[in-house]
Structure formats: C-alpha cells, structure tokens
Write a protein that binds this ligand. Structure first.
Ligand code: NAD
Ligand code: UFG
Length: 337
C-alpha cells in the first residue's frame, strides 16, 4: 500500500512514517518544511533503513499534487499538514484558514481528480471546546474557542458535507488528545521553533538548560491539585492509531470519527513530577495566572477506537517522559546537522 503523507516531516507525521515503513506501507511525503526540517528524512532512514520519497511543496499547490498523483499509485492520503499554534492563530486568523481550510479543500479536490477516495485527517480534541463532562466521547457537541480550533472544526464540517455528497469515499477524522514523547532511538522527536507553546517541550527545555523555569498556568482549577488535566498520549501510540485506521476503516466507505487518547488525565504538576523522575533533576516552576482559553480538564473516552480499530494506547506516562527526555538530551537544540 502506498500512502501520501502530507506534513510527513513534522512531529506526528515523521513518527507515523516510521510505523508505516515497519509494517510494510510505503509513505510518500509532501511537506513545505515550514515547521520541520529535511534532516528528519535522514533520521527516518537511519531508524528504518528506508528513505521515504519526499516532495518539498505545499498542499495549496495543485500542480505538485497532480505530479505526485501522476507519479505514484496512491491508495490513501494521511493529511497532517497544517499550522497548529493557538496564539498565532488569534494574531493571524486568515493565515490559519488559508493554510488549514483552503489547503485541505485543495488537497481533496486533487484527490477527486486523481480518483483517490481514502482520506485520514488530523483533527484535535480542541473541537470539543470546553466539554460539559469528561471523559469525552465522539458524539459530544463540538465548538471552537480560537481560529486554530475553528479551522479544524471547519475542515471536519466541510469533509462531512463532502462525504454526504460522495458516500463512496472513506473519510476518517482522528481527534488527537495531547501527543507527547519521542522515538525510542532518541533520533526523532518534537522540535518546536521559538518558545514552546505546549507543556512537555517546555519542561524538556527547562531540564536541558535552555529555559530557566516553567510557568504553570493556573493552580485554581477545579482539579485535584488545581492545575490543568490533559490526556497525554505517546506519539508512537498515536502513529499506530493511524495504521489501525488505515487497515481497519479506510477500506470501508463512510465518515469515521475517533478519539485518539489514553482515557487517563494527568495534571501539570503530575507531568512535572514524572519528568523530574526521568531526568533525575528538579524542574523549577512558578505558578502564573491561567492562560486565556484554557480549560480545566480534557480527557478521552477511547473505547470506540478500541472497539472499531482494535487499537489502544500501550505506552505509559513513564515512557512518555523518558522518551521525551532522551530525545531532548541527545538533541538539546532540536534537529541539527
Ligand atoms: P508539525 O508542525 O510538527 O507538523 C506539521 C507539518 O506540516 C510540518 O512539517 C509543516 O512544515 C507542514 N505543513 C504545514 N503547512 C503546510 C502546507 N501548507 N503544505 C505542506 N506542508 C505543510 O505538527 P504536528 O504536531 O506533527 O501536527 C500534525 C497535525 O496534527 C496538524 O494538522 C495539527 O494541527 C494536528 N494536531 C496536532 C496536535 C499536537 O498537539 N501536536 C494535537 C491535535 C492535532
Ligand atoms: N501549561 C502550562 N505551562 C506551559 C504550557 C502549558 O502550565 O508552559 C499547561 C496548560 O495550561 C494546560 C496543560 O499544561 O493545562 C497542557 O497545555 P498544552 O499547551 O500542552 O496543551 P493544550 O491541551 O492546551 O492544547 C493542546 C494543543 C492544541 C490541541 C489540544 C487538544 O496545543 O492544539 O492539545 O488536542 F488542540
């Protein structure tokens, strides 16, 4: 099976390509390298022995999509390419709608022309907004609190309408909870540019000495220790979830929606304590005011994915923090030649 992987040199895409290669699926990557480096291809080759075919280009460019579909018999598309920084999306909403929404529409149109009718889309738990209760099931109401989240929701809605008109397509929306961790080799991981927006990359940069201390955004939430609770999932488990979707549902016509999470929530302070244990050093932190737009608790009910895909997250919190630390310690400045 050959799969076009948009955004395949990014954090989740690169780990998914590794799991694909290991199970005999051939990835063809399209990425504009806006938020990733070509060096990732060397690292994928190093750990798998296979260098994925790579096109440097943009999902908004119809010509490159046509070239790829003409040069390869693509069976399915896994669509990771997108912008994901919530704060930036508030500052530059049009950039987010243009890239994430218009980019996806362009991709689907190119698929339609090429007769490729199987799509797996990277959605997010952010589409649940501030959920009325946890754990979150797939049939919970959706809403958005910022342009990034709205771009994901818009894409979900566009794809759902498109599917109604084209019921022979297989479209899978995977709603990720909080991906963390890195490849066991320590050669691939998350490499945010600038100040990390997300908790674990920030903690890892404090541990490695790139930042002085963590700011904990609020300790007055209605949670056991007052800090925010999230469903952290190892990126390799998440990658395996894509393979399960590819093998189990992407052959079947339909609009398929799955939560990819562990079903467990951990607080910010629990994550800090787990990381301190892995790195064997203290992580200095300071309590700051709540971050606007944050919610108290967000964790998945992943039972539908288990039932339908035969997939369940396997890796423990300890593995998530140990693997993150190995990657950060071996690559203190991220991907560098
Ligand atoms: P990432 O930034 O590491 O990877 C995205 C990749 O897409 C990057 O390599 C970037 O260069 C590429 N890209 C962006 N716009 C493009 C375009 N127009 N054309 C071609 N390539 C383009 O992010 P990630 O963490 O791997 O996330 C992958 C997907 O999963 C994104 O769509 C993101 O919104 C979604 N997601 C991520 C998280 C998370 O916390 N990491 C959570 C939920 C959903
Ligand atoms: N946090 C801190 N300090 C930091 C960063 C985060 O205390 O420096 C806290 C947050 O307040 C929150 C928790 O750590 O309680 C997790 O925050 P992240 O930014 O790592 O993750 P979020 O759950 O806020 O959001 C992430 C992605 C979104 C995505 C969402 C659901 O950034 O894009 O998960 O998938 F939509």
């Amino acid at each position: 099976m050959k799969v076009l992987v948009t955004g395949g040199t990014g954090y989740i895409g690169s780990h998914t390509c590794i799991q694909m290669i290991a199970s005999g699926v051939t990835p063809v990557i399209l990425d504009n390298l806006y938020n990733s480096k070509a060096l990732v291809l060397d690292r994928i080759e190093e750990v798998t022995g296979t260098r994925p075919e790579f096109y440097q280009g943009d999902i908004r460019d119809s010509a490159i999509l046509e070239t790829i579909f003409a040069q390869h018999r693509i069976d399915a598309v896994i669509h990771f390419a997108g912008l994901k920084a919530v704060g930036e999306s508030v500052e530059k909403p049009l950039m987010y709608y243009e890239n994430n929404v218009a980019g996806t529409l362009n991709l689907v149109q190119a698929m339609e022309r090429a007769g490729v009718t199987r799509l797996i889309f990277s959605s997010s738990a952010t589409v649940y907004g501030d959920p009325a209760s946890v754990p979150i099931r797939e049939n919970f109401p959706t809403s958005a609190t910022n342009p990034y989240g709205r771009s994901k929701l818009m894409v979900e809605e566009c794809l759902s309408d498109f599917h109604k008109a084209n019921p022979e397509w297989s479209i899978t929306l995977l709603r990720y909870f909080n991906p963390v961790g890195a490849h066991k080799s320590g050669r691939l991981g998350e490499d945010p540019q600038g100040i990390p927006n997300n908790l674990l990359p920030f903690v890892a940069q404090v541990a490695v000495g790139r930042r002085e201390k963590l700011g904990v955004f609020g300790n007055d939430y209605p949670t056991p220790d007052g800090t925010g609770v999230r469903d952290y999932i190892h990126v390799v488990d998440l990658a395996d979830g894509h393979l399960a979707a590819l093998n189990k549902v992407s052959q079947k016509a339909g609009l398929h929606i799955f939560n990819l999470g562990t079903g467990h929530g951990n607080s910010v302070l629990e994550m800090v304590a787990a990381f301190e244990q892995a790195a064997q050093k203290p992580i200095p932190y300071q309590i700051l005011p709540r971050r606007p737009g944050d919610i108290a608790e967000c964790w998945a009910d992943p039972s539908y994915a288990e039932q339908q895909l035969g997939w369940k997250a396997q890796r423990s919190l300890q593995e998530m923090v140990e693997d993150t630390w190995r990657w950060q310690e071996m690559n203190p400045q991220g991907y560098q030649d």
